[in-house]
Design a protein around this ligand. Structure first.
Ligand code: TUI
Length: 311
Protein backbone atom coordinates (compact mmCIF):
# COMPACT_ATOMS: atom_id res chain seq x y z
CA UNK A 1 0.00 0.00 0.00
CA UNK A 2 3.03 2.28 -0.17
CA UNK A 3 2.81 4.40 -3.30
CA UNK A 4 3.93 7.81 -4.51
CA UNK A 5 0.69 9.10 -2.98
CA UNK A 6 1.37 7.85 0.56
CA UNK A 7 4.90 9.27 0.28
CA UNK A 8 3.77 12.62 -1.18
CA UNK A 9 1.10 13.13 1.49
CA UNK A 10 2.86 11.50 4.45
CA UNK A 11 -0.07 9.16 5.11
CA UNK A 12 -0.26 5.47 6.06
CA UNK A 13 -2.88 4.31 3.53
CA UNK A 14 -3.47 5.71 0.00
CA UNK A 15 -7.08 6.58 0.78
CA UNK A 16 -8.36 10.13 0.42
CA UNK A 17 -11.76 11.28 1.60
CA UNK A 18 -13.97 13.12 -0.88
CA UNK A 19 -14.40 16.87 -0.32
CA UNK A 20 -18.17 16.56 -0.10
CA UNK A 21 -20.19 19.78 0.27
CA UNK A 22 -21.73 20.08 3.78
CA UNK A 23 -20.66 16.49 4.60
CA UNK A 24 -16.88 16.92 4.68
CA UNK A 25 -16.59 19.05 7.81
CA UNK A 26 -13.79 18.97 10.34
CA UNK A 27 -14.92 16.05 12.52
CA UNK A 28 -14.93 13.72 9.53
CA UNK A 29 -11.72 15.13 8.05
CA UNK A 30 -9.82 14.71 11.32
CA UNK A 31 -11.19 11.18 11.83
CA UNK A 32 -10.12 10.05 8.35
CA UNK A 33 -6.65 11.52 8.87
CA UNK A 34 -6.37 9.90 12.32
CA UNK A 35 -7.35 6.57 10.70
CA UNK A 36 -4.35 6.79 8.35
CA UNK A 37 -5.91 8.35 5.24
CA UNK A 38 -6.16 11.94 4.11
CA UNK A 39 -9.19 13.74 5.51
CA UNK A 40 -10.57 16.72 3.64
CA UNK A 41 -12.65 19.72 4.61
CA UNK A 42 -15.01 20.51 1.75
CA UNK A 43 -15.12 24.29 1.40
CA UNK A 44 -17.97 23.98 -1.14
CA UNK A 45 -20.00 27.19 -0.90
CA UNK A 46 -19.21 27.93 2.76
CA UNK A 47 -18.32 31.54 3.65
CA UNK A 48 -14.51 31.97 3.82
CA UNK A 49 -14.54 32.63 7.58
CA UNK A 50 -16.31 29.33 8.17
CA UNK A 51 -13.64 27.51 6.18
CA UNK A 52 -10.91 29.13 8.29
CA UNK A 53 -12.71 28.07 11.46
CA UNK A 54 -13.11 24.51 10.15
CA UNK A 55 -9.37 24.31 9.45
CA UNK A 56 -8.54 25.52 12.96
CA UNK A 57 -10.94 23.00 14.54
CA UNK A 58 -9.48 20.13 12.48
CA UNK A 59 -5.99 21.05 13.71
CA UNK A 60 -7.21 20.60 17.29
CA UNK A 61 -8.38 17.05 16.53
CA UNK A 62 -5.45 15.72 14.53
CA UNK A 63 -1.69 16.11 14.18
CA UNK A 64 -1.79 14.27 10.87
CA UNK A 65 -1.95 15.94 7.47
CA UNK A 66 -5.38 16.90 6.16
CA UNK A 67 -6.54 18.91 3.18
CA UNK A 68 -9.16 21.34 1.94
CA UNK A 69 -11.27 20.87 -1.19
CA UNK A 70 -11.84 24.13 -3.05
CA UNK A 71 -15.01 24.04 -5.16
CA UNK A 72 -14.28 26.22 -8.15
CA UNK A 73 -17.87 27.19 -8.95
CA UNK A 74 -17.90 29.03 -5.63
CA UNK A 75 -17.59 32.80 -6.20
CA UNK A 76 -15.56 32.90 -2.97
CA UNK A 77 -12.96 30.42 -4.27
CA UNK A 78 -10.18 33.09 -4.51
CA UNK A 79 -10.62 33.98 -0.83
CA UNK A 80 -10.70 30.32 0.18
CA UNK A 81 -7.56 29.72 -1.88
CA UNK A 82 -5.80 32.42 0.14
CA UNK A 83 -7.07 31.14 3.51
CA UNK A 84 -5.63 27.72 2.75
CA UNK A 85 -2.20 29.34 2.41
CA UNK A 86 -2.57 31.53 5.50
CA UNK A 87 -3.62 28.58 7.66
CA UNK A 88 -0.74 26.41 6.46
CA UNK A 89 -2.94 23.65 5.02
CA UNK A 90 -0.72 20.94 3.52
CA UNK A 91 -2.94 19.70 0.68
CA UNK A 92 -5.58 21.15 -1.59
CA UNK A 93 -7.90 19.27 -3.90
CA UNK A 94 -10.17 21.13 -6.30
CA UNK A 95 -13.45 20.29 -7.98
CA UNK A 96 -15.83 21.42 -10.69
CA UNK A 97 -13.36 23.38 -12.79
CA UNK A 98 -9.75 24.34 -13.43
CA UNK A 99 -7.66 25.69 -10.53
CA UNK A 100 -4.99 27.07 -12.91
CA UNK A 101 -5.38 30.65 -11.61
CA UNK A 102 -4.46 29.58 -8.05
CA UNK A 103 -1.67 27.17 -8.88
CA UNK A 104 1.24 29.60 -8.77
CA UNK A 105 0.34 30.97 -5.33
CA UNK A 106 -0.26 27.50 -3.89
CA UNK A 107 2.99 26.11 -5.27
CA UNK A 108 4.94 29.13 -4.00
CA UNK A 109 3.48 28.48 -0.53
CA UNK A 110 4.43 24.80 -0.67
CA UNK A 111 0.85 23.52 -0.83
CA UNK A 112 0.42 20.10 -2.47
CA UNK A 113 -2.16 20.54 -5.23
CA UNK A 114 -4.37 17.66 -6.41
CA UNK A 115 -7.06 18.74 -8.89
CA UNK A 116 -10.05 16.45 -9.41
CA UNK A 117 -10.45 15.91 -13.16
CA UNK A 118 -13.01 14.10 -15.27
CA UNK A 119 -11.10 13.91 -18.59
CA UNK A 120 -7.67 13.13 -20.01
CA UNK A 121 -7.35 16.64 -21.47
CA UNK A 122 -7.91 18.25 -18.07
CA UNK A 123 -5.43 15.83 -16.45
CA UNK A 124 -2.73 16.82 -18.95
CA UNK A 125 -3.49 20.50 -18.46
CA UNK A 126 -3.20 20.12 -14.68
CA UNK A 127 0.15 18.31 -14.97
CA UNK A 128 1.45 21.15 -17.16
CA UNK A 129 0.18 23.70 -14.64
CA UNK A 130 2.24 22.07 -11.88
CA UNK A 131 -0.20 19.72 -10.11
CA UNK A 132 1.42 17.16 -7.79
CA UNK A 133 -1.15 14.45 -8.59
CA UNK A 134 -4.70 14.27 -9.95
CA UNK A 135 -7.89 12.56 -8.88
CA UNK A 136 -9.45 10.79 -11.90
CA UNK A 137 -13.14 10.93 -11.06
CA UNK A 138 -15.57 8.70 -12.90
CA UNK A 139 -19.30 9.33 -13.31
CA UNK A 140 -20.11 6.67 -10.70
CA UNK A 141 -19.34 9.40 -8.15
CA UNK A 142 -21.92 11.38 -6.25
CA UNK A 143 -22.46 15.09 -6.72
CA UNK A 144 -21.12 17.02 -9.71
CA UNK A 145 -19.78 14.55 -12.26
CA UNK A 146 -18.24 14.22 -15.70
CA UNK A 147 -19.28 11.65 -18.30
CA UNK A 148 -16.52 8.99 -18.23
CA UNK A 149 -16.46 5.90 -16.05
CA UNK A 150 -13.74 5.16 -13.52
CA UNK A 151 -12.87 1.91 -15.29
CA UNK A 152 -12.08 3.63 -18.59
CA UNK A 153 -10.93 7.06 -17.38
CA UNK A 154 -8.34 5.93 -14.82
CA UNK A 155 -6.04 3.92 -17.11
CA UNK A 156 -6.27 6.53 -19.87
CA UNK A 157 -5.16 9.26 -17.46
CA UNK A 158 -2.44 6.97 -16.04
CA UNK A 159 -1.11 6.53 -19.60
CA UNK A 160 -1.31 10.25 -20.41
CA UNK A 161 0.60 11.80 -17.48
CA UNK A 162 3.62 11.09 -15.28
CA UNK A 163 2.35 12.42 -11.94
CA UNK A 164 0.47 9.95 -9.72
CA UNK A 165 -3.23 9.29 -10.26
CA UNK A 166 -5.86 8.73 -7.56
CA UNK A 167 -9.00 6.93 -8.76
CA UNK A 168 -12.49 7.99 -7.61
CA UNK A 169 -16.03 6.98 -8.42
CA UNK A 170 -17.61 3.66 -7.48
CA UNK A 171 -14.96 2.69 -4.94
CA UNK A 172 -16.27 1.75 -1.49
CA UNK A 173 -14.38 -1.37 -0.40
CA UNK A 174 -11.11 -3.26 -0.66
CA UNK A 175 -12.08 -4.77 -3.99
CA UNK A 176 -12.49 -1.31 -5.44
CA UNK A 177 -9.11 -0.23 -4.10
CA UNK A 178 -7.39 -3.33 -5.49
CA UNK A 179 -9.09 -2.80 -8.85
CA UNK A 180 -8.03 0.85 -8.93
CA UNK A 181 -4.42 -0.18 -8.27
CA UNK A 182 -4.67 -2.68 -11.15
CA UNK A 183 -5.74 0.21 -13.39
CA UNK A 184 -2.54 2.03 -12.46
CA UNK A 185 -3.89 4.31 -9.74
CA UNK A 186 -1.66 4.91 -6.71
CA UNK A 187 -4.50 5.84 -4.40
CA UNK A 188 -8.27 6.15 -4.20
CA UNK A 189 -10.70 8.84 -3.16
CA UNK A 190 -13.88 7.66 -1.43
CA UNK A 191 -16.86 9.80 -0.57
CA UNK A 192 -20.08 7.84 -0.23
CA UNK A 193 -18.78 5.29 2.29
CA UNK A 194 -17.61 8.12 4.54
CA UNK A 195 -21.06 9.79 4.48
CA UNK A 196 -22.23 7.08 6.88
CA UNK A 197 -19.11 7.11 9.09
CA UNK A 198 -19.85 7.44 12.81
CA UNK A 199 -17.79 10.65 12.88
CA UNK A 200 -19.78 12.14 10.00
CA UNK A 201 -22.28 14.78 11.20
CA UNK A 202 -24.72 13.94 8.40
CA UNK A 203 -28.29 13.48 9.63
CA UNK A 204 -29.20 9.87 10.46
CA UNK A 205 -32.07 9.90 7.91
CA UNK A 206 -29.58 10.59 5.10
CA UNK A 207 -27.18 7.92 6.35
CA UNK A 208 -30.01 5.37 6.42
CA UNK A 209 -30.95 6.18 2.81
CA UNK A 210 -27.34 5.50 1.78
CA UNK A 211 -27.17 2.21 3.70
CA UNK A 212 -30.52 1.07 2.25
CA UNK A 213 -29.69 2.11 -1.33
CA UNK A 214 -29.67 -0.55 -4.03
CA UNK A 215 -27.58 -0.58 -7.22
CA UNK A 216 -30.18 1.33 -9.25
CA UNK A 217 -31.14 3.95 -6.67
CA UNK A 218 -29.13 6.95 -7.92
CA UNK A 219 -29.94 9.18 -10.85
CA UNK A 220 -28.40 12.18 -12.58
CA UNK A 221 -30.15 15.52 -12.37
CA UNK A 222 -29.09 18.65 -14.21
CA UNK A 223 -27.65 17.03 -17.35
CA UNK A 224 -29.45 19.72 -19.38
CA UNK A 225 -27.94 22.62 -17.40
CA UNK A 226 -24.32 21.54 -17.85
CA UNK A 227 -24.07 20.69 -14.13
CA UNK A 228 -24.92 17.01 -13.88
CA UNK A 229 -25.34 15.94 -10.25
CA UNK A 230 -25.72 12.34 -9.06
CA UNK A 231 -28.18 11.92 -6.18
CA UNK A 232 -30.26 9.22 -4.51
CA UNK A 233 -33.73 9.15 -6.05
CA UNK A 234 -36.45 10.88 -3.99
CA UNK A 235 -39.31 13.35 -4.41
CA UNK A 236 -36.84 16.17 -5.04
CA UNK A 237 -34.95 14.34 -7.81
CA UNK A 238 -38.21 13.20 -9.45
CA UNK A 239 -39.55 16.76 -9.46
CA UNK A 240 -36.28 18.06 -10.81
CA UNK A 241 -36.19 15.54 -13.65
CA UNK A 242 -39.83 16.20 -14.50
CA UNK A 243 -39.22 19.96 -14.68
CA UNK A 244 -36.07 19.37 -16.70
CA UNK A 245 -38.00 17.21 -19.17
CA UNK A 246 -40.65 19.92 -19.48
CA UNK A 247 -37.96 22.41 -20.45
CA UNK A 248 -37.62 24.40 -17.22
CA UNK A 249 -35.06 27.19 -17.32
CA UNK A 250 -31.75 27.05 -15.45
CA UNK A 251 -33.09 29.66 -13.02
CA UNK A 252 -36.24 27.66 -12.27
CA UNK A 253 -34.18 24.54 -11.60
CA UNK A 254 -31.73 26.48 -9.43
CA UNK A 255 -34.68 27.82 -7.43
CA UNK A 256 -35.95 24.28 -6.85
CA UNK A 257 -32.62 23.02 -5.48
CA UNK A 258 -31.64 26.11 -3.51
CA UNK A 259 -30.50 25.00 -0.07
CA UNK A 260 -31.57 21.42 -0.80
CA UNK A 261 -28.27 19.79 0.17
CA UNK A 262 -28.33 21.56 3.53
CA UNK A 263 -31.91 20.37 3.98
CA UNK A 264 -30.79 16.77 3.55
CA UNK A 265 -27.50 16.85 5.48
CA UNK A 266 -28.51 19.05 8.42
CA UNK A 267 -32.31 18.76 8.69
CA UNK A 268 -32.52 15.13 7.56
CA UNK A 269 -35.20 15.99 5.01
CA UNK A 270 -34.80 12.98 2.73
CA UNK A 271 -37.98 13.85 0.79
CA UNK A 272 -37.32 17.42 -0.36
CA UNK A 273 -33.56 17.48 0.20
CA UNK A 274 -30.81 16.67 -2.29
CA UNK A 275 -29.20 13.34 -1.33
CA UNK A 276 -25.90 13.45 -3.20
CA UNK A 277 -24.33 9.99 -3.27
CA UNK A 278 -22.38 7.82 -5.66
CA UNK A 279 -23.37 4.54 -7.26
CA UNK A 280 -21.29 2.83 -4.60
CA UNK A 281 -24.14 3.55 -2.14
CA UNK A 282 -25.31 0.06 -3.11
CA UNK A 283 -22.06 -1.30 -1.65
CA UNK A 284 -22.34 0.57 1.65
CA UNK A 285 -24.03 -1.74 4.15
CA UNK A 286 -23.18 -0.47 7.61
CA UNK A 287 -22.26 2.54 9.68
CA UNK A 288 -18.74 2.25 11.09
CA UNK A 289 -16.06 4.49 12.54
CA UNK A 290 -13.47 5.83 10.11
CA UNK A 291 -10.90 3.59 11.81
CA UNK A 292 -13.08 0.50 11.22
CA UNK A 293 -13.75 1.48 7.60
CA UNK A 294 -10.10 2.09 6.89
CA UNK A 295 -8.80 -1.10 8.52
CA UNK A 296 -11.46 -3.20 6.78
CA UNK A 297 -10.90 -1.86 3.27
CA UNK A 298 -7.12 -1.82 3.47
CA UNK A 299 -6.93 -5.38 4.85
CA UNK A 300 -9.20 -6.57 2.05
CA UNK A 301 -7.27 -4.72 -0.65
CA UNK A 302 -3.92 -5.98 0.59
CA UNK A 303 -5.14 -9.60 0.63
CA UNK A 304 -6.37 -9.29 -2.95
CA UNK A 305 -3.24 -7.58 -4.21
CA UNK A 306 -0.95 -10.07 -2.45
CA UNK A 307 -2.87 -13.06 -3.81
CA UNK A 308 -2.33 -11.78 -7.29
CA UNK A 309 1.39 -12.04 -6.66
CA UNK A 310 0.97 -15.64 -5.51
CA UNK A 311 2.01 -14.83 -1.96
O1 TUI B 1 -16.69 18.75 -7.73
C1 TUI B 1 -17.04 17.60 -7.64
N1 TUI B 1 -18.20 17.21 -7.10
C2 TUI B 1 -19.11 18.07 -6.54
S1 TUI B 1 -18.94 19.74 -6.36
C3 TUI B 1 -20.44 19.83 -5.66
S2 TUI B 1 -21.12 21.33 -5.10
C4 TUI B 1 -22.13 21.77 -6.38
N2 TUI B 1 -23.38 21.97 -6.08
C5 TUI B 1 -24.25 22.34 -7.01
C6 TUI B 1 -23.85 22.53 -8.34
C7 TUI B 1 -22.56 22.28 -8.66
C8 TUI B 1 -21.67 21.88 -7.68
C9 TUI B 1 -21.00 18.62 -5.57
N3 TUI B 1 -20.23 17.64 -6.06
N4 TUI B 1 -16.27 16.60 -8.15
C10 TUI B 1 -15.06 16.88 -8.81
C11 TUI B 1 -15.31 17.05 -10.24
N5 TUI B 1 -14.74 17.96 -10.96
N6 TUI B 1 -16.14 16.31 -11.00
C12 TUI B 1 -16.05 16.80 -12.25
C13 TUI B 1 -15.16 17.82 -12.22
C14 TUI B 1 -14.69 18.67 -13.26
C15 TUI B 1 -15.53 19.05 -14.28
C16 TUI B 1 -15.06 19.91 -15.26
C17 TUI B 1 -13.39 19.14 -13.21
C18 TUI B 1 -12.92 19.97 -14.19
C19 TUI B 1 -13.76 20.34 -15.19
O2 TUI B 1 -13.24 21.17 -16.09
C20 TUI B 1 -14.12 21.81 -16.97
C21 TUI B 1 -13.46 23.06 -17.41
O3 TUI B 1 -13.04 23.06 -18.57
O4 TUI B 1 -13.35 23.97 -16.59
Amino acid sequence: MNTRITKLLGIKYPVIQGGMAWVAEYHLAAAVSNAGGLGLIGAASAPPDVVREQIREAKKLTDRPFGVNVMLLNPNAPEVAQIVIEEGVKVVTTGAGSPAQFMEAWKAAGVIVIPVVASVAMAKMMQRAGADAVVAEGMESGGHIGSQTTMTLTPQIVDAIEIPVIAAGGIADGRGIAAAMMLGAEGVQMGTRFIVAKESVVHQNYKERVVKAKDIDTEITGASTGHPIRVLRNKMSREYLKMEKEGATFEELEQLTLGSLRKAVIDGDVVNGSLMAGQSAGLVKKQQSCHEIMEEIVTEAEALLNNRNGE
